[in-house]
Ligand binder design. Structure first.
Ligand code: KL2
Length: 597
């Protein structure tokens, strides 16, 4: 049985689905950003923190992992200076959609971050799939405890450390919700940003063109196997709410309630996906794609979309495990789909949707960056248009990194200068990380076939392999990495009302944001309007490339989560909250494209 699971997992190559040809509509020019210096990175202040140290995590030996084949010649895009930072408070004070308090940057999430300065690295989880039996959907295991040597982290939510719940023996779950205390429902409201959008339906060539609006969700649904492997994180929960038989209907209800047009799900356990989630979502009108993690891990990433709204152009699973590259020895994955919007009235560009769940280990920012580089290289290839630009991109998932961390900044600023940055600081998950090793230059080896601009290097041939022996090209000696996508986060990461940090994941050891929906913002998008109006004040032409954020389901802060006993709870059945956004895509026009440079 294990063998069967294993074999299936590795048959899913990074190949374009046969029988469907990519659509390559021509585009106008992408907003090229001009005139401003790069956003300042916080890690510069950390370069004095280096102490000699090393951390080696052992990984069980893996069976067969395919090497990805890099077969296309990719074009490196030249760097352009960055626009004003849309997250800068001054850019926002006039918009009326943000709190009237300036958010604290950098340390603002410290309250929720882990401080493990005196704790040992968590031990590698033991797999529990072999323990899984029919009917044993949750077993409260008082024996299973935090990794040895660890203590309650200083910054973790103290209100979740009361182990007040009485363990319930396996198979003895209360059948009625009345048998455990009822918790209030978390209040989340829709933040409508459409009035701040510059774009309305418009007339082109005598015909009215309507935009294509659609919603996107990113949600880590918490795999039951991982829940069971880390029960110490959920001691604050009433055991019945951790039972998959309670969680599954809740999760499906939540997905159905929001009925997003595109959903990027993480921690989707394979057996639950096959037997329950996929059939349920298909019956609700969704097409489902799935990528199982490598190395016998129980879960994976799913991208699902409404069949009536999109058709699948191609699907591209991404395995971060690379045999022969010691840095890439973890089993995390990504999944990219190229979708064609279905609209009877006008032609629309394809959109590229990427979903991932990056490595958790807070101390291995080097691995996280290399995984991200692999995903970005594949997105750049998949989203490539004939005019050497890229189609609109949505990058969703659980990045196991906090807002304004170096990894986050790399995504958002398209660039990271990492000279002197320690690997434990990359994700910002821990306030005092123990990983003191400094990121090596380059972060990932050239043998991966991915440039420091996160593009595939030309097709690997014998002569390329000989080239690898040659002196390193410039990119591989500088402590900086780049990518060619221009991505904006759909959330602001702090609450409008209180200025408190938004929380996307919460259990007894942490309450932070690690989930994101990044997107290619169009001209006039609410998150980049400050840039747009500054650069093109006279411009009223509707945006042609990229997406406009119309609204989002508000997140909550630690206070609100405290009132509902944290996550998971009676109503929210994961230790993450779903992110939900609505976007507008404009039809292509024949009119002259904006000259932006
Ligand atoms: O943080 V997560 O939860 O995005 O919600 O991603 C990982 C963690 C997930 C997949 O590896 O499993 C959880 N301590 C706490 N959580 C852990 C640990 C650990 N040592 N290992 C895995 N996870």
């Amino acid at each position: 049985m294990i063998r069967g699971r294993y074999m299936r997992r590795h048959t899913n190559g990074n190949n374009v689905r046969s029988g469907v040809s990519p659509n390559h509509p021509m585009f106008g020019r992408y907003l090229s950003t001009v005139g401003f210096p790069p956003a300042q990175t916080v890690y510069y202040n950390w370069r004095h923190c280096y102490q000699p140290g090393h951390l080696r995590w052992t990984q069980p030996s893996h069976l067969q992992h395919r090497l990805s084949s890099f077969s296309t010649v990719r074009h490196l895009s030249s760097r352009t200076p960055r626009p004003p930072d849309p997250y800068r408070w001054t850019s926002w004070s006039q918009t009326g959609i943000m709190a009237h308090t300036q958010p604290r940057r950098g340390l603002q999430l410290s309250a929720g971050r882990m401080d493990n300065s005196n704790s040992k690295p968590p031990k590698k989880r033991k797999r529990s799939s072999d323990r899984r039996q029919a009917g044993e959907e949750y077993q409260y295991s008082p024996k299973r405890s935090p990794p040895k040597g660890s203590r309650i982290p200083k910054g973790s939510p103290q209100w979740l450390h009361n182990e007040t719940c009485t363990p319930v023996p396996p198979g003895k779950f209360p059948s009625s919700p009345k048998e455990y205390p009822s918790t209030p429902e978390l209040k989340r409201h829709w933040e409508d940003l459409s009035h701040l959008c510059t774009a309305a339906p418009y007339v082109n060539g005598g015909r009215q063109k309507w935009p294509f609006d659609f919603s996107v969700m990113s949600y880590n649904i918490l795999s039951q196997d991982l829940l069971r492997d880390n029960t110490y994180l959920y001691r604050h929960c009433h055991p019945p709410v951790l039972d998959w038989r309670h969680r599954y209907p809740n999760i499906i209800k939540e997905l159905e309630k929001h009925s997003a047009d595109i959903m990027c799900l993480q921690e989707v356990q394979e057996d639950h996906y096959t037997q329950q989630i996929k059939p349920s979502l298909e019956s609700l009108g969704y097409h489902c794609e799935y990528k199982w993690r490598t190395g016998l891990k129980p879960d994976g990433c799913a991208v699902v979309f409404r069949r009536e709204r999109f058709s699948l152009v191609s699907c591209h699973p991404v395995e971060y495990f690379q045999r022969g590259i010691p840095l890439l020895d973890r089993d995390n994955v990504g999944l990219i789909v190229l979708l064609r919007p279905i609209d009877p009235h006008c032609s629309l560009t394809n959109i590229c949707v990427a979903n991932t769940h990056l490595l958790y280990n807070p101390r291995r920012g080097d691995i996280k960056l290399a995984q991200l580089a692999m995903l970005l290289a594949e997105i750049s290839r998949v989203a490539q248009l004939p005019d050497s630009k890229v189609c609109p991109v949505l990058l969703c998932g659980d990045f196991n990194s906090v807002p304004w961390s170096p990894l986050y900044q790399f995504i958002r600023d398209s660039r990271l200068e990492y000279d002197g940055l320690t690997i434990g600081k990359v994700s910002g998950q821990e306030e005092n990380p123990r990983g003191q090793r400094i990121l090596s230059v380059p972060v990932w080896p050239r043998s991966l076939g991915i440039s420091q601009q996160c593009q595939y290097e030309s097709q690997t041939t014998d002569s390329d392999l000989r080239d690898l022996e040659q002196p390193k090209p410039d990119g591989f000696t500088k402590a900086s990495i780049e990518h060619c996508l221009k991505l904006t986060s759909a959330y602001s990461h702090y609450l409008k009302e209180s200025g408190q940090p938004e929380i996307t994941t919460c259990h007894s050891r942490t309450a932070i944001t690690v989930d994101y929906i990044f997107y290619s913002a169009a001209l006039g998008d609410v998150m980049v309007q400050a840039v747009f109006f500054f650069v093109y004040p006279e411009c009223s032409v509707p945006p042609e490339k990229g997406l406009q954020l119309l609204g989002r389901l508000s997140l909550v802060g630690e206070d609100e989560l405290q009132k509902v006993n944290g996550l998971p709870n009676q109503h929210n059945s994961s230790d993450h909250l779903p992110l939900l956004t609505r976007f507008r895509l404009h039809p292509q026009t024949e009119q002259k494209h904006l000259r932006v440079s």
